[in-house]
Design a protein around this ligand. Structure first.
Ligand code: FE2
Length: 333
């Protein structure tokens, strides 16, 4: 059975906290409370909180500061926040939006409205979680026959998100690429496993089979509008800036930006890990190969702007790689 949803109520007035608890508890919610933003952050660090209901005016740390702190914390930022504001306070509303609040509740609280907002917020969050879970399942299914297993797909998502952020892309774009980059190789389910697992270079015929995986990936992902970036990434992550990639030989900005970002993220991770056809490299060596080239990679393969950002965030990529590497990851010689 699923555990009860846990709601953190934040208000400096005992009376308001008691009111919220009285309204929420009979509906099966578990209520945790805090008297200001700072105390709320301590609770968030300790307990699995599903939703935050926060007053705006509080001593020590107010509701806006609390909301901004939640949004900038990697572990907490997905938690929905409902701000409780005085009716018609436009300035407070704008501040709440820019701090990242998801919803508002006007004071004095209307019990029916409170329960509906909480219920809707939790159920839309549950659908989002299920969507993310299924995307990852699909990506994992595609790894069944492949040598790229373990955390490879998740790392490519995180590297891509980091690069997209440094490029100044909006939050929604960053979240999309983090999730949907994991589908880049989903088309490999159609590539025979003896080709995927072959040690040594592929012959022409095998290479031709391998080169079909982007188109198969796009076909599997299909046309759902929520998966548009995933489809672009799957189809174009082997295109190269200088036009020497596949499947279409697109050049420069003809290649969708998402795919230009994932191309470099995928490449960095592939270099850090051993493959049947190549050894693994340490961070400096991997960066050197991407920025200076080797017998198969050329810096001209990458969007110069994305390559610049890659160089800039390379230390962060290394830290991410270290925190997400597979337990049996190979150690460079
Ligand atoms: Fe691929």
């Amino acid at each position: 059975m699923q555990r009860a949803y846990r709601i953190l109520c934040v208000d400096d007035e005992d009376f308001n906290l008691e009111l919220l608890e009285t309204l929420l508890t009979p509906h099966g919610y578990e209520v945790v409370s805090a008297m200001n933003g700072k105390a709320a952050l301590e609770q968030l660090g300790r307990k699995n909180i599903d939703l935050v209901l926060a007053d705006v005016n509080m001593p020590v740390m107010n509701g806006h500061e609390l909301c901004a702190a939640i949004r900038s914390d990697g572990d907490l930022k997905h938690i929905p926040v409902i701000m409780i504001t005085s009716l018609d306070n436009r300035e407070n509303k704008l501040k709440s939006i820019s701090a990242g609040a998801d919803e508002f509740l006007a004071k004095p609280i209307d019990p029916s409205e409170l329960l509906l907002r909480v219920k809707n917020m939790l159920s839309s969050r549950a659908y989002e979680d299920a969507f993310t879970y299924l995307i990852h399942s699909l990506a994992r299914a595609a790894e069944a026959n492949d040598i790229d297993t373990g955390n490879h797909i998740l790392r490519v998502g995180e590297f891509s998100a980091l690069i997209a952020r440094e490029l100044g892309m909006p939050e929604k774009y960053i979240e999309n690429i983090r999730l949907q980059a994991t589908l880049h190789d989903v088309g490999k389910v159609h590539v025979p496993s003896h080709i995927l697992k072959k040690s040594g270079r592929l012959d022409d015929e095998e290479m031709a089979e391998m080169k079909k995986h982007p188109a198969f990936g796009a076909l599997i992902i299909g046309d759902h509008p929520h998966l548009e970036s995933g489809k672009k990434i799957a189809l174009s992550h082997h295109e190269k800036w200088d036009g020497t990639g596949y499947p279409k030989g697109l050049k420069g900005e003809e290649i969708p930006l998402e795919a230009r970002i994932v191309a470099i993220a995928d490449c960095y991770d592939a270099l850090r890990n051993s493959r049947v056809y190549k050894p693994c490299y340490d961070h400096d060596e991997a960066v050197k190969i991407i920025t200076e080239g080797d017998d198969r990679l050329k810096p001209e393969h990458f969007d110069p702007k994305v390559l610049e950002v890659f160089k800039k965030v390379a230390p962060q990529l290394e830290a991410l790689y270290e925190s997400m590497k597979d337990p049996k990851a190979c150690e460079p010689a």
